[in-house]
Design a protein around this ligand. Structure first.
Ligand code: SF4
Length: 442
């Protein structure tokens, strides 16, 4: 029987927290492989340390490693996140040699973690072909092709003759363009403190910094029945009650999927907690939706906002202004959401943006009582902002380390490590003051 090993690789960064992280693309891949009769193994290099914290989140095991010279001015530790590498080596020597290894990728600047994972695989399984797939491999395939000439990126599988894949693997990889279920992947887990929920693929909008449209051209819904089966599976097997929505556009066309989903999941009378780490679209929050979310266990709310400045309306796809933020925040509070569970993403690194402009936006949002979640731009290949910044920083076209949010912001005019630290410190102060303040007038 043909055997495939699927690996979620190590990650290298200055920070990483398991806030409901799951390699959903790999779960879909495993499901497609299994449906095509292929024996599949899974190894997850990431592992939470000890006991989970709030709502199943937690820290990852990590190892401090040498900082790339590019990052010499970033006064933070650079780490390889994941379980001890000896565990991967032992796993590889214990299993029957697979015929193929598939490795996933996410952020482009996590590439050194992927490379380290592949180095171990190649040492242990020198003759087994390795395919690199996932987000970073799709957005920056030329880098992985050049850097790892012994591997194949998923975009070139059908055009290369370097690897002889049997028909069932071809069928599985083809099915991955419109996958159906996460279940095959979830069955491979030996432990879970939280789970993913996905009701739809894609986003109908097109923000200048986001690759959602590039990765997923069409916006479409999944089967509610399948999603519920996935949730119940994790709840029954591991007692998971914290689930994070992975949708890019959860509130778009709610009559077709979110509302029927909530009505259905409610029938099970299980006290789930739902979280929305991918920011919700403010404009689609209505009293009805907000009440329904609250009644059905939504807990952590993150709002996609980025900037309320008219100057960046094109970049944020005219998502919202401060008036709308205030109005929707009030709707959420009226539904009963705790203001400390509502956070708004405010972005730094937009065109010509200065630290003080970002700070002003943070202060304004903070004055409404909302928790501030500052985020810094990562130039994501194939996006509008990537094209814009590549004129000033051609390095971003060839070196994924340049895409690191903590680093890239410090290379912009008027920004440096200290201004980034100032923004982080101020956001903590604003949030601290707000957490002590009583809820606003409703
Ligand atoms: S609304 Fe969100 S998911 Fe959609 S394009 Fe903009 S940033 Fe991406």
């Amino acid at each position: 029987m043909y055997k495939v090993l699927v690996i979620n690789p190590y990650i290298t960064d200055f920070k990483l927290y398991d806030e409901w992280m799951h390699p959903s693309g790999l779960y879909f891949l495993i499901d497609c492989l299994k449906r095509n009769g292929i024996q599949t193994y899974y190894f997850n290099c990431l592992k939470q340390v000890s006991k989970p914290k709030k709502h199943g989140t937690g820290s990852f095991m990590s190892l401090e490693i040498k900082k790339p010279s590019l990052y010499k001015n970033i006064k933070r530790k650079y780490k390889l996140y994941g379980r001890p590498q000896s565990e991967l080596i032992n796993f590889l020597s214990d299993i029957d040699d697979p015929d193929l290894v598939c490795i996933g990728t996410m952020m482009t600047y996590w590439a050194p973690g992927v490379i380290q994972t592949i180095k171990i695989i190649k040492e242990q399984l020198p003759n087994v072909p390795v395919i690199i797939g996932g987000i970073a491999a799709r957005l920056f395939s030329h880098y992985f092709k050049n850097r790892l000439p012994g591997c194949i990126t998923s975009d070139s599988i059908l055009t290369t003759n370097r690897i002889n894949l049997p028909q069932p693997v071809h069928s599985a990889l083809k099915a991955l363009s419109k996958p159906t279920s996460l279940l095959g992947g979830l069955e491979c887990l030996d432990h879970a403190t939280h789970g993913p929920v996905l009701l739809s693929f894609g986003c109908p909008m097109k923000c200048s910094y986001c690759a959602s449209r590039v990765l997923q051209k069409d916006f479409y819904h999944r089967s509610i029945k399948t999603t519920i089966r996935e949730i119940l599976y994790l709840n029954e097997r591991f007692g998971v009650s914290d689930f994070a929505f992975y949708d890019d556009a959860l509130l778009v066309k709610p009559d077709q999927v979110l509302i029927p989903f909530l009505k259905k999941i409610n029938e099970y009378r299980i006290p789930f907690r739902f979280h929305t780490p991918n920011g919700l679209h403010l404009q689609f929050i209505t009293e009805e939706i907000s009440d329904l979310m609250k009644e059905n266990g939504f807990k952590t709310i993150r709002l996609g906002f980025e900037s309320g400045s008219k100057k960046y309306a094109d970049d944020t796809n005219y998502k919202s202004g401060f008036d709308m933020l205030e109005k929707k925040f009030s709707i959420l509070q009226k539904s009963g959401f705790d203001k400390n569970d509502i956070g708004v993403y405010i972005m730094g690194g937009l065109k010509d943006q200065k630290p003080l402009e970002m700070l002003k936006e943070m202060k304004y949002a903070g004055s409404l009582g909302i928790k501030i979640k500052p985020v810094f731009l990562s130039p994501v290949p194939h996006t509008e902002l990537f094209k814009y910044y590549s004129h000033f920083f051609p390095q971003i076209k060839s070196d994924p380390l340049w895409h690191n949010d903590t680093f890239f912001i410090t290379s912009l005019a008027q920004w440096d490590f200290d201004s980034v630290e100032m923004i982080r410190k101020k956001s903590r102060e604003i949030n601290q003051v707000n957490s002590c303040r009583p809820a606003g007038n409703l």
